[in-house]
Design a binder for this molecule. Structure first.
Ligand code: NAD
Length: 360
């Protein structure tokens, strides 16, 4: 099959890690008989330098016309990059917000998976880790508190700030459907997280999610309050398969879940919308402190490419092959600097990409 991928290498380590993900995709193409056509576009600081804007209309049009978008990362050193002291809409990260909005990517999926070989990096005790954990957080990305009306006013001489949290049933339904579809490809368990003991929006959330669940009889649904979920993630992370939640709760819980894996260089993410077109990127940023040194871990980006194969192209076997190759390389004790420990074999960004491609 033929697939068109818009590639945004971005800033910092972006070009180095994206190059390795492409290397792995190329191998998948050869092994399984697919052709991946790449169109490179600029976004972030590099686009500001070239065109004066973080994402040009031309680049956006290419992304919209492609089957999928693969992204490295954007942004410079926080606090002292040349793109820092400029208007918010001209900062590198504005490109990211624009592309998410324009592609209507309302569902963000972040897996949190603990590799046996990296258990030492997990900050939890062994008895809590147990058999390990393998979950995804499905976060609503374009509604809720972050997109509601807000204002600050002085009332009777006292400053007062208001942020409004709104969800309509359609916004809840479409993300719930995504969560159940992903659960069908995994262990068929959804835990929907809300604050239904307090918030009306959560009560509507719970009702709509339950309605959606009727169409997925093979999937088990349970509800959990967000404060309990925050505790359960560090007490018993093995119980989760798919966590479905709204924007702000998902923002906080997905960071908590990724931190308990202990290795930011390993964590992929996908943002999906109504169509199959998705945006796939590592969970980490552009790591300007290590850019250009060929030492960044490319695995998060390689695993993001695997998510692209699975969720945008429906190539499950091919995605499995990439994930198995990553596991194999770790089993053979190869490590980039960020996940290095005593007795392991230290490799560069390029070598790690080569190893995963070879194991594929
Ligand atoms: P960061 O994730 O870039 O780096 C945090 C730390 O993790 C650094 O020490 C870095 O060296 C290390 N690290 C990150 N990825 C790594 C990898 N693949 N291999 C090895 N080590 C890795 O976060 P930051 O320093 O807070 O942000 C840097 C820039 O990235 C900022 O401009 C920020 O806005 C941007 N950012 C972009 C995205 C995105 O493009 N989606 C996401 C987050 C941050």
């Amino acid at each position: 099959m033929n697939f068109n991928i818009a590639v945004i290498a971005g800033d910092g380590i972006g070009p180095e890690i994206v190059r390795e993900a492409r290397k792995v995709l190329e191998t998948i193409g050869i092994k399984f008989g697919h052709t991946f056509n790449y169109t490179d576009i600029l976004m972030g600081g590099c686009s500001i330098d070239a065109y004066g804007v973080p994402l040009s209309d031309e680049a956006l049009a290419i992304a919209k016309a492609s089957d999928s978008v693969l992204l490295g990362a954007v942004g410079g050193n926080v606090g002292n990059s040349k793109w820092y002291d400029v208007a918010p809409n001209l900062r590198p990260e504005a490109g990211l917000l624009k592309i998410r909005k324009e592609l209507e990517l309302f569902a963000n999926i972040r897996p949190a998976y603990l590799y046996d070989e990296l258990k030492d990096a997990c900050p939890l005790k062994n008895e809590i880790i147990g058999e390990g954990f393998d979950m995804v957080i499905m976060r609503e990305l374009t509604g809720g508190l972050y997109f509601g009306e807000r204002h600050t006013e002085k009332v009777d001489g006292v400053w007062k700030a208001t942020d409004i949290l709104t969800y309509d049933e359609n916004e809840i339904r479409r993300i719930a459907i995504k969560a159940f579809e992903i659960a069908m490809k995994r262990n068929k368990r959804v835990i929907s997280v809300d604050k239904a003991n307090v918030l009306d929006s959560s009560r509507l959330w719970r009702k709509v999610v339950k309605e959606v669940s009727i169409d997925y009889p093979e999937v088990t649904l349970a509800d959990m309050l967000v404060d309990n979920c925050a505790m359960q993630l560090v007490m018993n992370p093995g119980q989760f398969d798919v966590i479905l939640t709204e924007n702000m709760f998902g923002d906080i819980l997905s960071d908590e879940a990724s931190m308990v894996t202990g290795s930011i260089g390993m964590l992929s993410s996908a943002s999906l919308g109504k169509t199959k077109l998705g945006l796939y990127e590592p969970s980490h940023g552009s790591a300007p402190d290590i850019a250009g040194k060929n030492i960044a871990n490319p695995i998060a980006t390689i695993l993001s490419a695997a998510m692209m194969l699975r969720y945008s192209f429906d190539l499950d076997k091919e995605a499995d092959a990439v994930e198995a190759a990553v596991k194999q390389v770790l089993k053979e004790d190869y490590r980039t600097g960020d996940i290095m420990s005593e007795g392991m074999k230290k490799v560069s960004t390029t070598q790690m990409g080569d190893l995963v491609a070879e194991r594929v």
